[in-house]
Design a protein around this ligand. Structure first.
Ligand SMILES: [Fe+2]
Ligand SMILES: [Fe+2]
Length: 264
């Protein structure tokens, strides 16, 4: 898919540590346990692959946005998604790893398997699925590999902006009965995607992430916290009824290994 990009180059994010400090961090990384290195490289690679794919999926939403203001904010969001791809690619380059070789081994996150078909889709996706990504990043900002931690902090800030755009776009749509109907349909479409993105219950991989301090909570706990948060504003602010229990809108995967390649 060919994406439209601004003629101005996407700014390469600046990494806080000076070159020498950064190479210390890189050296320290390569003296870590191989399992830790693999898990972190896997996480970085997820973002190299999926941020680029996500940018492509979002690109058509710029023209679908209903006003110039929303087009501008959507264009900025697309630019930032490509920026995220470049940011994680740089982490791999700094580690001396061939990002293209890694990227070939990995599919994009399963969140992007569901097609983005309308502005309401995009609005609700940003409000609830980008929010799920932000929940992941709140863990990554505590990672002990400093360049990844800094990249995650910068990304988290931008993901909050994407969530804010989604919330504003939904509010705008809810002003008309047609818009409300579209939002309701999009909520049913994207809630399962958001819930699924946390990965399987009792995930062995999550246990290893927690062992190495890359995540601080289980997939099931993160999902429960997420559900509580999205359910509150969808029912109270958007006035869309939802069951108490998320299992009524999404069934957990039966195979805990399902998430190994396509979820966090
Ligand atoms: Fe992103
Ligand atoms: Fe985003």
């Amino acid at each position: 898919m060919q994406a439209t990009v601004s003629p101005t180059p996407i700014p390469t994010p600046t990494h806080a540590p000076a070159a020498i400090a950064q190479s210390d961090a890189v050296r320290a990384f390569w003296s870590e346990d191989p399992e830790y290195r693999d898990l972190l490289l896997n996480l970085i690679n997820i973002h190299v692959v999926s941020e680029l794919y996500g940018g492509d999926c979002f690109e058509r939403s710029i023209l679908r946005a209903p006003t110039a203001e929303f087009k501008l904010r959507m264009a900025r969001t697309v630019m930032e998604e490509y920026g995220h791809h470049l940011r994680y690619r740089k982490l791999m380059e700094d580690l001396g790893v061939d990002w293209q070789e890694y990227a070939r081994k990995k599919g994009h996150l399963s969140t992007f398997d569901t097609p983005m078909e309308s502005w309401a889709d995009q609005a609700v996706f940003l409000a609830i699925v980008d929010r799920a990504a932000a929940h992941q990043f709140r863990h990554f900002v505590q990672c002990r590999y400093e360049p990844f931690r800094i990249a995650a902090q910068e990304t988290l800030k931008e993901e909050y902006g994407h969530v804010g755009l989604g919330m504003d776009a939904v509010k705008h749509l809810l002003q008309t009965p047609e818009g409300r109907a579209e939002v309701e349909a999009a909520v049913r479409k994207w809630l399962p995607v958001g819930l699924q993105s946390f990965g399987a219950d009792k995930s062995a991989k999550n246990e290893r992430y927690r062992h190495w301090g890359i995540k601080q909570d289980t997939n099931e706990n993160m999902r429960a916290i997420y559900w509580q948060q999205v359910r509150a504003f969808i029912t109270e602010d958007w006035d869309i009824a939802l069951p108490e229990d998320f299992r009524e809108v999404w069934s957990p995967q039966t195979n805990p290994d399902d998430d190994v390649e396509r979820a966090y």
